[in-house]
Design a protein around this ligand. Structure first.
Ligand SMILES: Cc1cc2nc3c(=O)[nH]c(=O)nc-3n(C[C@H](O)[C@H](O)[C@H](O)COP(=O)(O)O)c2cc1C
Length: 338
């Protein structure tokens, strides 16, 4: 193949035809490779334009696309750049964002600048983040006001609580739950007047836990499902290998499985962030369409490396995702069987 630069229209056409002949033998698929999740409906499709949006609502906020930047880092050297880039993206394209764990701010405000990104988001939703282990400690110390203060100082619209017992167990310096997360949440929620979302961090959760969460006065659940970033494995990689624990790395629930469980439960007006292993917008669109409740698509690690550099790299990454999502929406219908 030659570069198309500086060629006339007819030369480009001839070049393309040449490429087709050269590549046709390599471009064969077999029928088993078909993606059986969707009906493909080209008759109703137009390519999305730069202005196309998919207007959505999430927890009362207006979004231009049903996309959520899932909670990531804070309290490290790169955190400020990452959070500012992500927040700018959410402001420009009207998305929502969860901050990474704001634990560092409970005792010391010196890292507040890493999390102080609301100005980039404007009216788009920003949620602070804390672990249930910290809540357990604050409940015991009768100091829940510190969490409310954290939501206030980051100018967040609500709080995400992460539940991560396996990560804590694998982490050499990890916290231990001495009270169940359910009990901690119940006690915490008694004192809250802002929306709360509860999530896992990459292991997902099973039907009993989902049912218990749906019965709590929370606004929503973020799946944090198995199949993408796995913090249990990550902590194992940081620490010592311990054969007695190894098998726990692979326990959990995929987003697809969790959507199935949620569809069988009364969701009581809760809303959802479908996250954990959503590596393509086809996956996100598929699960969002199948969940019988309002949801947005959440991605963490996919946003991480584009967010580490300059804003334009992140923007280009997002624009490609946006185009894929809008194309999926207009071209594909999920099949009934699941
Ligand atoms: C670098 C990094 C840091 C993260 N930090 C947090 C955190 O502080 N709090 C939290 O609730 N989840 C955290 N997560 C978990 C994500 O929010 C998400 O649940 C998980 O990564 C699965 O999504 P993914 O497969 O799209 O990465 C983090 C993920 C990454 C990649």
């Amino acid at each position: 193949m030659t570069s198309s630069k500086n060629l006339t229209h007819s030369q480009r056409l001839a070049e393309r035809k040449g490429d087709h002949i050269e590549l046709a033998a390599k471009a064969r698929t077999t029928s088993v490779e078909v993606d059986t999740r969707f009906d493909y409906e080209p008759l109703f499709f137009t390519h999305p334009s730069a202005e196309s949006t998919w207007e959505s609502r999430f927890l009362g906020f207006d979004l231009d696309y049903p996309i959520w930047v899932s909670s990531m880092t804070g309290g490290t050297e790169h955190a400020k750049t990452i959070n500012e880039n992500l927040a700018r993206l959410c402001g420009e394209f009207k998305l929502g964002m969860g901050l990474g764990s704001c634990r560092a701010l409970l005792k010391d405000r010196s890292r507040l600048a890493d999390f102080a990104v609301k100005r980039f988001l404007g009216s788009q939703p920003l949620f602070a983040n804390i672990g249930v282990a910290q809540l357990q400690e604050l409940v015991a110390g009768n100091s829940l006001a510190q969490v409310h203060e954290l939501v206030k100082m980051t100018e967040s619209d609500g709080l995400i609580v992460h539940i991560n017992p396996l990560q804590e167990w694998f982490q050499p310096e990890g916290d231990r739950y001495t009270v169940t997360p359910l009990e901690t949440l119940q006690r915490f929620l008694d004192s809250v007047n802002y929306p709360v979302i509860v999530k896992e961090v990459g292991q997902g959760m099973g039907p009993r836990s989902l049912k218990a969460l749906l019965e709590l006065p929370i606004a929503g659940i973020e799946l944090g499902a198995f199949g993408g970033t796995n913090f249990t494995l990550l902590e194992r990689l940081r620490g010592q290998e311990q054969l007695s624990r190894e098998g726990f790395i692979h326990v959990g629930h995929t987003a697809r499985e969790m959507v199935g469980h949620l569809n069988a439960l009364p969701v009581r007006g809760k809303e959802f962030i479908i996250s954990g292993g959503i590596s393509s917008m086809l996956d996100g669109y598929n699960l969002m369409s199948r969940l019988k409740a309002n949801a947005v698509i959440g991605m963490a690690s996919a946003f991480l490396s584009p967010a580490l550099g300059d804003y334009d790299t992140l923007k280009q990454f997002f624009l490609a995702q946006r185009e894929a999502l809008l194309t999926a929406k207009s071209l594909l219908t999920v099949k009934e069987d699941f």
